[in-house]
Ligand binder design. Structure first.
Ligand SMILES: Nc1ncnc2c1ncn2[C@@H]1O[C@H](COP(=O)(O)OP(=O)(O)OP(=O)(O)O)[C@@H](O)[C@H]1O
Ligand SMILES: [Mg+2]
Length: 169
């Protein structure tokens, strides 16, 4: 895992850049997470705005980014909650959003989430929490694509949103 972050952060990644339809990327990520979401009693919906341009990215790496965000969203959303994967026009390029209706994130933690090994609730065991590298890897992979990732939450109990901006192809 640590090697994965280091490799992604060092920029020593070979990206296989291919044009892809944003909605298709989201649908594939949703299918890949469907069993885990169902086990957690969390619904996953996908919404892609019509007429979005294609994005040029490495499908496997981008799937890993969405997979890490979905994994977190499922883990932090109680049953009967909902996760929405959406794609919409960005300021430039395309904006992808992974939003959940889960436990949310206290504002003081938001600036640190993408640091390696950072976890909000360190009291949680490894079954509830992981090792704190998923978002560091996601950030490094998004940046390797020339994009940006940010975290938002109105606070505890108000859900969380992760926004990825991918530049135009
Ligand atoms: N959707 C979310 N809702 C609430 N908290 C979140 C969400 N996503 C991430 N977090 C918080 O951010 C922390 C860091 O996330 P990250 O994915 O980097 O690590 P992790 O999930 O704990 O472990 P790993 O991804 O390595 O298995 C999490 O431990 C959790 O506290
Ligand atoms: Mg994680």
């Amino acid at each position: 895992m640590q090697a994965a972050v280091a490799q992604a952060e060092s920029g020593g990644l070979h990206l296989n850049l291919i044009p892809a339809a944003p909605g298709e990327l989201l649908s594939q990520a949703a299918s890949a997470a469907a069993v885990r979401a169902e086990q957690a009693g969390v619904a996953v919906r996908v919404h892609a705005a019509p007429g979005l341009p294609a994005v040029r990215l490495d499908r496997d790496r981008f799937a890993q980014v969405l997979g890490n965000l979905l994994d977190n969203a499922i883990r932090h959303t109680p049953s009967d909650g909902q996760i929405t994967l959406s794609a919409e026009p960005g300021r430039e390029g395309v904006r992808f959003v992974v939003a959940d209706t889960g436990q949310g994130i206290p504002p003081e933690h938001l600036p640190h989430l993408f640091e390696r090994f950072y976890r909000v609730d360190t009291a949680r065991g490894r079954t509830q929490g992981g090792s704190g590298v998923g978002l560091a890897i996601a950030k490094a992979l998004v940046q390797a694509h020339g994009g940006r990732i940010s975290a938002h939450s109105e606070g505890p109990g108000r859900g969380a949103q992760f926004v990825i901006e991918i530049p135009p192809a």
